[in-house]
Design a protein around this ligand. Structure first.
Ligand SMILES: Cc1cc2nc3c(=O)[nH]c(=O)nc-3n(C[C@H](O)[C@H](O)[C@H](O)COP(=O)(O)OP(=O)(O)OC[C@H]3O[C@@H](n4cnc5c(N)ncnc54)[C@H](O)[C@@H]3O)c2cc1C
Length: 473
């Protein structure tokens, strides 16, 4: 296993800051260091500190919960290390530093007719954040999650310093880092496999379904489309429960589709930029402008006005993959108490549990403003990687909604009971007792951590709250 030695060390800049995730629900006060080099990271992991204080890496802070903060401890802000090191068209690989964003990577690759195989619902996350959460896109059923496309990475660990990892060099540590929530070390750089970009457009087939059976039928089986996602109207009950607008899409190929591109999307037109800013930004201190009744009506209306069936709708890639990026700081719309995004996955074959979870949401009258539903293919990443084969539902709700805690607890139990799990990158509230049931491979993570972090230097609010390494809180 190659161990890289570095010499000169100096102290990076530090500041005391209150940090939270995108949902703004669980802030904590942390000492934040801005890493400018690998030496900075080595230096920070090497310091004497009070036991249990915990050091954790942070990317763009786009995880919703408390994964990228460490109250009373230290946070290594990796966003300044954002250089794209190389693009190798021969080997179809891109190498970049941890803090490079998905937007940066996509823009650089697009210039060479290349693209990323998996992207999340926002392009503002960092490369290392995407690796640490093993993020998924709308194509998990076909292409797996981010981890499947990581060729190799450079990791800084408390016990062993800098290590170059791949499936051939320390595979246990390599795989544990994919989806490892920053708990195996600090990723400094990674190399990803890339693909040819057929065009900066996709062609989408849209269907409006009348209930869950129709939604599942469209999204299961031999799905021929590469991307597939559904927006559910969770207000509807009875036989309409699970009705949705299902969008299934493919990269728009040459030759052009049957239906000619509208003038505004013609091939000579420039697609919306992958790095461009939002169209509008929600101001700081925005009052709580969304209300359950209006959002319920909006969701029902959205379903009603959607076409029953539309084929080959051309859409530019950026708004198709990242619709929420058009509105900067949109989480402020949820007011000062923030929002909770709860994401579950129910294993394939346990669709009755899926129906039961919809029923809990309806019975508890959860104010779900947005409900996104996707299909997952086979699991791949490390012990904390979220995707397993089945169905995933992400619901956005105002954090201050009455009865929310009890309702989510009921959902947690239902999900754990059927072999499913909750996405840790979105969580800031789950009870630790359910973790081992949801993530049964925790022992593998503990073994790796015992080796690379025997003194428990690495830790976050998430890892302490859930006792991810089994240590007492
Ligand atoms: C609008 C929106 C849409 C989203 N859509 C999706 C989606 O479709 N699919 C999906 O899977 N997720 C989605 N997410 C969640 C998001 O992609 C993940 O939480 C991602 O990890 C955020 O990356 P980040 O750079 O902001 O990391 P942070 O939030 O800063 O950190 C996330 C985790 O990564 C770790 N980490 C960060 N940098 C490093 C490093 N250098 N070394 C080691 N560990 C590190 C942190 O310790 C933490 O555990 C979405 C989030 C938002 C806000």
């Amino acid at each position: 296993m190659p161990v890289i030695e570095l010499s000169a060390r100096r102290s990076p800049r530090a500041a005391r800051r209150t940090l939270s995730g995108w949902g703004r629900t669980a802030p904590s006060s942390c000492t934040v260091f801005e890493a400018q080099s690998a030496e900075d990271v080595l230096d920070l992991l090497d310091r004497e500190r009070a036991p249990g204080a915990g050091v954790i890496a942070r990317g763009a802070g786009r995880s919703y919960g408390d994964a990228a903060q460490s109250g009373g401890g230290e946070v290594i802000d990796m966003t300044a290390l954002d250089r794209i090191v190389s693009v190798d068209e021969q080997s179809m690989l891109i190498t970049a530093q941890a803090g490079a964003t998905i937007a940066q990577l996509m823009a650089r690759l697009a210039a060479q007719g290349l693209g990323l195989p998996v992207v999340p619902g926002t392009r503002h996350v960092t490369l290392a954040g995407a690796i640490a959460s093993d993020i998924h896109g709308k194509n998990h059923h076909r292409d797996g999650a981010f981890a499947r496309h990581v060729h190799s990475l450079r990791l800084c660990t408390p016990a062993d310093g800098l290590l170059d990892l791949s499936p051939h060099f320390d595979p246990d540590l390599f795989y544990a880092t994919l989806g490892g929530m920053g708990l195996t070390g600090v990723v400094l750089e990674a190399t990803l496999r890339v693909e040819r970009l057929r065009s900066p457009w996709v062609s989408a087939d849209i269907d409006r379904t009348a209930g869950l059976a129709g939604t599942l039928e469209l999204m299961s089986g031999e799905e021929r489309h590469r991307y597939s996602v559904a927006w559910l109207d969770l207000l509807a009950g009875g036989r309409s429960m699970g009705r949705a607008i299902v969008s299934r899409a493919d990269p728009l190929a040459d030759p052009p589709p049957k239906q000619p591109l509208p003038r505004r999307l013609s091939r000579s037109a420039r697609p919306p930029s992958l790095t461009g800013g939002p169209l509008l930004t929600v101001p700081r201190g925005c009052p709580d402008v969304l209300h359950p009744a209006t959002m319920r009506a909006f969701n029902a209306l959205r379903w009603r006005i959607s076409p029953r069936r539309e084929r080959e709708r051309p859409q530019a890639m950026a708004p198709y993959f990242f619709p929420l990026d058009a509105l900067g700081e949109w989480s402020r719309l949820y007011g000062p108490r923030g929002l909770i995004q709860y994401q579950l996955v129910i294993p394939a074959g346990r669709e009755s549990a899926l129906e039961a979870s919809f029923e809990v949401i309806r019975r508890r009258r959860l104010p779900v403003y947005l409900a996104v539903f996707k299909r997952f293919g086979a699991a791949f990443g490390g012990p904390l990687s979220f995707p397993i084969e089945g169905w995933t539902l992400a619901i956005d709700m105002p954090a201050g909604a009455p009865g929310l805690a009890a309702a989510l607890e009921e959902l947690d139990l239902l999900v754990a009971g059927c072999g499913g799990r909750v996405y840790l990158s979105k969580d800031a509230r789950m009870r630790r007792e359910l973790l081992a049931e949801m993530y049964p491979r925790l022992g593998e993570l503990a073994a790796v951590r015992e080796r690379v972090d025997p003194d428990g230097v690495l830790g976050s609010d998430l890892s302490r709250r859930l006792r991810i390494d089994g240590a007492p809180a």
